[in-house]
Design a protein around this ligand. Structure first.
Ligand SMILES: O=CC(=O)O
Length: 410
């Protein structure tokens, strides 16, 4: 949230119409200020998708913004996006929009702020944004709980073969009770490995602990003692993580260094009974290698919330495997979290437009929380060499606080 509103701004807010935005044909909506209030001072903003109500309301109620919105659940076509961004001051986008030189050139020199409604920002060309001095906001923290929950759900669904079992029950495969039929692997006494320890990795471990996990291991660019202490996790090399883990959960950001990091070599080091879970980005996995590992029984099973590409074509070989559970990138998909993400993205946008130094963070629809680990958690496996950023850190991409790229040389 804005740290403060001046009385003048309050008045401006009150003066702004709260009426529904006017339809502008196709999927475009135009909204924000009423005509009489529009002025040369109004910031022009483009929003690339129908956003959850909380975020939209924040933008609509802000007295200084005239926005246009692609009012659809599906992404705005690239051609349309390139047209619509022309001359805007701010852009609120989703993880589906590639923000590259082409898009930024199309937007032109007015563009001051880019706010993505996502914790991941591998869809943003940070170098290009930096070159143009465009401030960047993203939405960490608010989705940590939802993602951790979903990761645990996916882990259990995969290890206890829930999807397969439900299918058998429904389709007549359920004969009688059988001793080893549909047996899976349990968390009790297991070793859980976390690839990329940050807020999300910690939250996953916190949830798994009550299942009587014996040991937590993690790997990352460097040890993260403060985070590790919270879950009593031991820092190991990637190879050791692969060798020792019964469950390996990938929570790292996609960077040039993590691209394809889960490959044949890694899978060949894993135990035959190991379960691999990925709720970060599909790009960290070499899917052909994963397919081989799963079909050859090199590892027991995999649960993926993310793939390359998305959506994964329905005839993809991974869909044919019983020991692979694939979800359509829904880790943050709870009503609370998606609303909180939209609110944070909207506030980041406004903070960036205002040039505010105040940092927007920890905004949650029903819950403002300060957890020790959420501020310095950095779920990333390797530094992105092209930026020196540690993705997912507040400090790295501080919405509204600073140009994240200030940290280029760190
Ligand atoms: O994957 C989801 C996100 O980056 O928010």
């Amino acid at each position: 949230m804005w740290s403060s509103w001046s009385p003048l701004r309050r008045l401006q807010r009150i003066a702004v119409s709260a009426s529904r935005p006017a339809a502008a044909g196709n999927n475009n909506y135009i909204g924000g200020m009423q005509r009489r209030e529009q002025s040369a001072l109004a910031h022009r903003v483009y929003i690339t998708r129908k956003v959850p109500p909380e975020g939209l309301e924040i933008v609509r109620r802000c007295g200084r913004v005239k926005f246009e919105l692609w009012d659809s659940d599906d992404p705005v076509p690239r051609d349309e996006l390139l047209k619509k961004v022309k001359g805007v001051d701010g852009l609120l986008c989703m993880l589906t929009e590639k923000v590259d030189a082409e898009l930024l050139d199309a937007a032109g020199p007015n563009l001051k702020v880019l706010s993505t409604m996502s914790v991941g920002f591998d869809h943003l060309c940070l170098d290009e944004l930096k070159k143009r001095g465009i401030r960047v906001g993203y939405t960490p923290d608010v989705l940590t709980d939802a993602v951790a929950e979903l990761t645990v759900a996916l882990l259990l669904a995969t290890s206890r073969r829930l999807i397969e079992a439900a299918h058998e029950a429904k389709t007549g495969g359920w004969g009688t009770w059988r001793t080893l039929w549909l047996c899976g692997y349990e968390l009790a006494n297991s070793t859980v490995g976390i690839l990329g320890l940050g807020r999300i990795g910690v939250a996953i471990a916190e949830r798994l602990k009550p299942f009587k996990v014996k040991k937590f291991l993690y790997t990352d660019v460097a040890p993260r003692p403060q985070l590790a202490e919270m879950i009593n996790a031991e820092y190991v090399s990637l190879e050791e993580l692969a060798k020792q883990s019964d469950f390996l959960a990938a929570c790292c950001a996609l960077t040039p260094e993590t691209q394809g990091i889960c490959n044949r070599k890694l899978f060949s080091q894993m135990k035959k009974n190991a379960i691999f879970i990925n709720t970060s980005r599909g790009g960290i996995v070499n899917q052909e290698d994963l397919y081989e590992a799963l079909s050859a029984g090199q590892i027991a099973a995999a649960g993926l919330d993310v793939t390359t590409p998305e959506p994964l074509p329905t005839d993809h070989p991974l869909f044919k495997l019983k020991n692979c559970v694939i979800l359509p990138h829904i880790a943050s998909a709870s009503y609370t979290t998606r609303n909180a993400m939209s609110a944070l993205a909207a506030n980041n946008l406004l903070a960036g437009l205002r040039g505010s130094q105040s940092l927007t963070r920890h905004h949650r629809a029903q819950d403002w929380r300060e957890k020790g680990h959420t501020q310095d958690g950095t779920p990333v496996c390797r530094k992105a060499p092209q930026t020196g950023l540690e993705p997912h850190t507040h400090e790295g991409v501080g919405p509204g606080q600073t140009n994240p790229l200030r940290h280029h040389t760190h």
